[in-house]
Write a protein that binds this ligand. Structure first.
Ligand code: IVH
Length: 670
């Protein structure tokens, strides 16, 4: 028994360390916070019961919301308390009776607000200006992430709030989360697991551009300083006040005149819980009248005038029918669980990633096991842990693979946990690359489905990207294949010939360079105009460009340093594939939104000033060298000085390069 407990504690430590390393070092997560917390709780319980097995390096010695070193720490002037939880109607009734008792009232008015499943933030306004933004941290001190928070549009940099602390929740909505993951998939990166972790990672980025690109949103709901000063006396008035002063306030809050009305509204929201465009994990119920707060009181951890009604977790159980590996475009092996089809939150889940072998071992997941699965919002299904009570005698341990399932090359472990097939000619890697190359956002070649590509590879019709452009010469063999008549062949050739004219950003994206997604490819081509300009590029030439960080720059340099890649591109050019960026999208359109609009350009820009001047002039805009009340837009780069100050004073619209590009694109889509 004692051995089992020691092993259990060791395993828990390993799992917790694994997840917290991922979270803190790589800003990503493979499990939900609830699951992480449950592991931690289990460990704490066991360590308390069996202190002899507690190790010096146990994660319980350091986990607990301590701030990480990256950002400077900042003391909260009002502690950031959490809320007590209610899980059912009885809990709500008890909460109410305690309040009635403390206040000696017969009924109390409440306000119900959605409990947004995000990360809380404390905003310090001094003289109406946002001066600091601090994460929750351990509640007493958090991390100073002001610059990152300033990239969030929902947070006003200036608001009519004088000197006050304003708090709320940052989150990523479901659509944004899905599209972030789509881009990550295109780039061959690991997917984000859920919006909450993604939001939490996003605000802790060292590069604010990354925070910005994650498109965080905010709902604001609290001000400890206004509450203390009683300049407002009701929570509903605070929400109105915040809303009128440009803060984003959730529209679903409702004043309920007593606890029965609260319960009615909670039941109504329970039905609607999945219908919001963002994730919620419960409902916060607060006494509406601030004048009652002191009488009701608080504990050291949470106020007694509010409670968080937590939705029951939508956990389901599913049997693992099999575990199978898949090979990605980069050769990375991902292990997946084939699940007994299970309906969860309105959709049937048949499979779920198990990530890597280490994780399968850590969670001790076996074939035929019954596992708990859960799905955050309508998003990615996640295998949480094994229901050991249901482990059958015939559970089968899974030991993974050490050879590529496609080409049998011995796999390499390039990171601590991930295995890769490094064979450049691996058929499955090639298939994934070809699929990506012809996909709609890449070269957009119709008629090359996964099945057709498989057939072409099998019959040695295609073995490199170049072969796609020489298919015409192989007409006889192709027409012999099943389901390939003259007509489909002609359509295919037509589509291929069309693709040759694509703007080069599509080709650049299609090449499948690690970390180069659609948007990065566009930005690169905006700047360099021809793919050939990238042949001898150095990292320094890239890192100053908007949205291109170190990692992306290194991937690009690595790609173009490889002789094989250069030869491929040269051969593509010989096949008359367009290597130039087609600027049509951004130029030459008249009578549009920037027609006669006056621009001033200032600050350090990633692209040359001339580049923007040309674009503005070609689109019938005007450029002037100084700000006046007639200026329509200030295009401001980094370190902008007096022009920026003046523009702010005159309330002129200030845009950065990304917004400028967006403006031109919107413009041309009309
Ligand atoms: S009020 C002292 N209102 O839930 C009370 N919190 O478990 C301050 N949350 O730390 C919190 N939506 O991060 C409040 N409408 C809402 C909320 C909300 C989400 C979060 C917040 C808080 C946690 C409490």
């Amino acid at each position: 028994m004692s051995k089992e407990i020691r092993i259990k504690i060791e395993n828990l430590c390993k799992q917790i360390n694994y997840y917290s390393d991922l979270y803190y070092k790589e800003n990503t997560s493979e499990v939900s916070d609830a699951f992480f917390d449950s592991l931690l709780k289990e460990l704490i319980l066991l360590e308390n019961k069996y202190p002899e097995y507690r190790t010096i390096d146990s994660p319980t010695n350091r986990v607990g919301g301590s701030a990480v070193e990256k950002f400077s720490k900042e003391q909260h002037s009002f502690p950031m308390l959490s809320l007590a939880n209610a899980f059912n109607k009885e809990d709500l009734l008890t909460f109410n009776s305690q309040i009635l008792k403390a206040t000696d009232l017969k009924e109390v008015e409440y306000i119900c607000e959605l409990k947004i499943d995000g990360v809380s933030i404390s905003l310090v306004y001094e003289n109406n200006i946002l001066t600091k933004a601090i994460t929750r941290g351990n509640g007493t001190e958090g991390e100073l992430v002001t610059n990152n928070i300033k990239t969030i549009r929902d947070i006003p940099l200036k608001a009519n709030v004088g000197d006050n602390i304003i708090r709320g929740e940052l989150f990523i909505d479901k659509n944004t989360f899905n599209s972030l993951n789509k881009t990550r998939e295109e780039q061959g990166l690991d997917l984000f697991l859920n919006p909450r972790n993604t939001a939490s990672g996003a605000i802790r980025q060292l590069d604010s551009k990354i925070t910005k690109s994650r498109n965080l949103k905010a709902f604001i709901y609290y001000s400890p300083s206004i509450l203390e000063s009683k300049t407002l006396t009701k929570q509903s008035d605070l929400l109105d006040f915040l809303g009128k002063n440009n803060f984003s306030v959730n529209p679903e809050s409702k004043v309920c005149k007593n606890i029965d009305k609260v319960i009615e509204y909670v039941e109504y929201l329970l039905d609607k819980r999945n219908s919001f465009p963002y994730e919620i994990d419960g409902i916060v119920i607060k006494v509406n009248d601030y004048n009652l707060y002191e009488t009701i009181g608080k504990t050291s951890k949470h106020p007694k005038w509010a409670i968080a009604y937590k939705f029951p977790a939508e956990l389901k159980e599913a049997k693992i029918l099999d575990i199978f590996p898949t090979v990605g475009r980069t050769g990375k092996i991902t292990y997946n669980a084939k699940l007994e089809p299970t309906n969860i939150m309105g959709s049937v889940v048949r499979a779920s990633t198990l990530h890597n072998l280490e994780l399968i071992k850590l969670k001790d997941i076996r074939i035929n096991d019954t596992v708990f699965i859960h799905k955050a919002g309508d998003i990615i299904p996640e295998v949480l842990n094994v229901n050991l009570d249901k482990r059958p005698l015939k559970s089968v341990e899974y030991s993974g693979i050490d050879k590529c399932p496609s080409c049998e090359t011995v796999l390499n472990k390039l990171t601590e946990v991930d295995q890769f097939c490094l064979n450049e000619l691996c058929p499955i890697k090639q298939l994934r690359l070809f699929e990506h190359f012809v996909s709609r956002n890449a070269m957009n070649i119709e008629g090359l489905s996964e099945k057709t590509l498989e057939k072409f590879i099998e019959n040695k019709i295609i073995s490199s990207l170049l072969d796609i452009f020489t298919l015409e010469a192989k007409k006889d063999i192709i027409i012999e294949l099943d389901n390939f008549g003259e007509k489909s062949f002609a359509n295919l050739i037509f589509s291929i010939n069309n693709a040759k004219q694509n703007s080069a950003d599509k080709l650049l994206f299609a090449l499948g360079i690690k970390n180069v997604g659609k948007k990065t490819a566009q930005i690169l081509m905006e700047k360099f105009e021809s793919i050939e300009e990238l042949f001898y590029i150095k990292k320094d030439d890239l890192t100053g460009i908007y949205d291109i960080g170190n990692v992306v720059a290194q991937s690009i340099v690595d790609y173009f340093n490889n002789e094989l890649n250069l030869n491929l591109i040269k051969s593509l050019k010989e096949q008359k594939i367009n290597m130039l960026y087609n600027k049509r999208k951004l130029t030459g359109v008249l009578n549009n939104k920037i027609n006669n609009k006056k621009f001033v350009i200032t600050g350090k820009l990633a692209n040359s000033r001339k580049h923007y001047e040309d674009l503005i002039l070609q689109n019938n805009g005007d450029i002037s060298s100084s700000i006046s009340k007639n200026t329509d837009y200030l295009l401001a780069g980094n370190d902008a000085g007096s022009k920026l100050t003046k523009a702010k004073k005159l309330n002129i619209k200030i845009i950065n390069e990304e917004e400028f590009i967006k403006l031109m694109e919107d413009n041309n889509n009309e």
